[in-house]
Write a protein of this length. Structure first.
Length: 265
């Protein structure tokens, strides 16, 4: 594996060429890496090691093998075309491209159709509750297994939900908690479809290639041979790609469809 006999990690000497995966992680996965001098290298190493073990042990696969991928003439033609029109000092190679495709395939699946429950942000829940307490007909019901209590007294409601007192009492830990969401790892999310998975797969790759329109032909074919999309219209024109990219943008802007890659890599 990429762990040496002395226990050190060598990302350039693994079971396969993971250089594009490493670039993807640094570029797109939103962990706190700070500046180039303070990047969280151990976390990057952990992600790559975890992924490499999963691939070698057969727990993560693409519908197409690397052998078939590397011999696919249509793919080779699109890679060659991409290399001709893209940066002269950046030529795509098939092996790292295959494992990048597998990594993004796995990630897009895990953050959508295989994702776990991520609730609404606690700050949003609090804001909505505070707005409701401003209504003249507001009432609060507190329920437990032993019973429930309804509060309709206006002064008592104002005391419980005093915005100024809440704001003054918040600690830094409280503020961090409010910016987060309730996560239930045992509960599947019901917010994502296979179309969402296709949109995220396409969007991640499009972002990786610097949102360069020259990459659309290549990404569309990677989407097709990975069976993320089985309709061959995606490799005929960019219309379907453009729809998926719009859907990806919509997902990224939708608070109720939260993509959290750190839960899955």
């Amino acid at each position: 594996m990429i762990i040496g006999e002395d226990g050190t990690v060598d990302l350039e000497n693994g079971e396969f060429d993971n250089v594009y995966i490493e670039n993807f992680i640094y570029k797109l996965i939103p962990f706190n890496r700070g500046t180039a001098e303070t990047w969280d290298f151990p976390q990057v190493e952990s992600i790559i090691i975890h992924f490499e073990y999963a691939v070698v042990e057969g727990r993560i696969k693409l519908p197409i093998s690397y052998e078939d991928f590397s011999k696919d003439q249509e793919l080779i033609k699109r890679v060659d075309k991409f290399n001709l029109v893209y940066k002269k000092d950046y030529k795509l190679r098939l092996e790292p491209l295959y494992y990048l495709t597998l990594f993004v395939y796995n990630l897009a699946t895990n953050v959508t159709v295989d994702s776990v429950y991520i609730g609404e942000k606690r700050l949003n829940q609090l804001a909505e509750a505070l707005e409701l307490t401003e209504e003249s007909d507001c009432e609060i019901t507190i329920k437990s297994g032993k019973g429930k209590k309804k509060i309709i007294d206006r002064e008592l409601i104002n005391l419980i939900f005093n915005i100024d007192k809440i704001r003054e009492s918040l600690t830094d830990e409280d503020r961090r908690m409010l910016r987060s969401s309730d996560v239930d790892l045992k509960r599947k999310s019901d917010k994502f479809s296979f179309t969402d998975r296709a949109a995220v797969f396409v969007g991640y790759l499009f972002d990786y290639f610097d949102k360069d329109n020259q990459s659309k032909e290549l990404i569309s074919y990677l989407t097709y041979i990975s069976e993320i999309v089985t309709n061959d219209s995606i490799i005929v024109s960019n219309d379907y790609m453009n729809i998926l990219l719009r859907n990806y943008k919509s997902i990224r802007e939708n608070d109720k469809k939260q993509l959290n890659p750190l839960l899955y890599v």
